[in-house]
Design a protein around this ligand. Structure first.
Ligand SMILES: [Zn+2]
Ligand SMILES: [Zn+2]
Length: 354
């Protein structure tokens, strides 16, 4: 086997280099994957633009021990080229999606099933070397087999869809609810897909006009509202006197959580998905007086969300609607630049064989 490989390595803000580095050596419990598709998301883009905030390039990660330049990539699928000798479930030649987040399985949160909150959680591509490379070593505990017949491109967005699906589970939405979803970028679209998969709910999507709202309509949004001076009136017209049961804030834009608090019905709930870059002021008085529940969501639970994502991708037009292009690794810096400046509306993937 090749001893060296090409990888996209993050050094600092604005500094991602294509480098020749050693092929990782799997330890016990891990397999070696040949990467077939690898994606980037808003987290990578913000680390590229204004990081490192979470990448352990300057400060050693408490659980992974990683310190220094790091291979990007926490959204990837690959083919197993070296199996774990103690695991009979995953064999050489299997095509698998990686959940990327590694949990210990034995801490209090893990035993409650909330593996995304594991005391020693480590995410590949965020806390240790990830999958924006020709090869990656990954624990079998984060892997799910890609169903036969699902295209590699579609399977390549399973991890971010799992994040959307987890958000939908955390939203408190019930069948019959009327939901307002703020934001229809990639994350909002994954949340919409999760909502439509799990619940019989009426979903109204709010965003700037144009292609993103049109895409939301094609993917099952019942109503769309364009951001503008009469957006609130339009929303009130759609929801009527019964009001909004659940507002899901997936834009991360400043002021949007307060906007959600202003809009949701008395006794309603809010799910905060987006991550504003600055501290947000909110009206606690209003929240209490209206008994509003505010929920949050983080990453996904591999065992619940990753397999389900692959099923959704096999039965919907989500991948065709969202994937804007598949590029060689040499394009990673350019695409991070485009993503961080808002020029990508969906998802881009990388194929190290290109
Ligand atoms: Zn991500
Ligand atoms: Zn744990």
């Amino acid at each position: 086997m090749t001893e060296q490989m090409i990888a996209a390595v993050y050094h600092a803000s604005g500094d991602v280099r294509l480098e020749q580095i050693d092929v990782p050596k799997p330890v016990a419990g891990e397999v070696l994957l040949k990467i077939l598709r690898s994606g980037i998301c808003g987290t990578d883009a913000s680390e590229y633009k204004s990081g490192p905030k979470i990448f352990p390039t300057q400060k050693q990660h408490a659980h992974s021990g990683h310190l220094g330049p790091m291979v990007l990539g926490h959204e990837f699928i690959g083919e197993i080229i070296q199996a774990d000798e103690h695991n009979s479930e995953f064999k050489v030649g299997d095509i698998v999606a990686s959940g990327a987040g590694i949990s210990c399985g034995s801490c209090k949160r893990c035993t409650e099933g909330r593996t995304n909150l594991c005391d020693s959680y480590v995410t590949l591509g965020l806390n240790r070397d990830g999958g924006m490379a020709q090869f990656v070593a990954v624990p079998t505990s984060t892997l799910v087999k890609v169903p036969a017949g699902l295209s590699l491109d579609a399977a390549g967005i399973a991890q971010p869809l799992a994040v959307g699906l987890h958000a939908a589970r955390r939203s408190g939405v019930r069948n019959g609810d009327k939901v307002l979803l703020i934001g229809s970028g990639a994350i909002g679209t994954f949340v919409l897909a999760g909502l439509k998969h799990l619940f019989d709910a009426e979903v109204t999507v709010l965003d700037f006009g144009g292609s993103r709202l049109e895409r939301a309509s094609r993917l099952g949004a019942d109503h769309t509202v364009e951001v503008g001076p009469d957006a609130t009136a339009q929303i009130q017209g759609i929801f009527g006197a019964a009001g909004i049961d659940v507002v899901i804030e997936a834009s991360g834009a400043p002021g949007q959580l307060q906007f959600a608090i202003d809009l949701v019905k008395r006794g309603g709930s809010i799910l905060q998905v987006g991550l504003p870059t600055t501290r947000q002021e909110i009206d606690v008085h209003k929240i209490v007086m209206s008994e509003i529940d505010i929920h949050t969501t983080l990453a996904h639970v591999c065992s619940q969300d990753l397999g389900a994502s692959l099923e959704i991708l096999g039965s919907t037009a989500l991948a065709a609607e969202l994937i804007e292009g598949v590029y060689p690794l040499a394009e990673v810096s350019n695409q991070l630049e485009l993503l961080s400046t808002g020029k990508i509306q969906g998802k881009v993937l990388f194929d190290p064989s290109l």
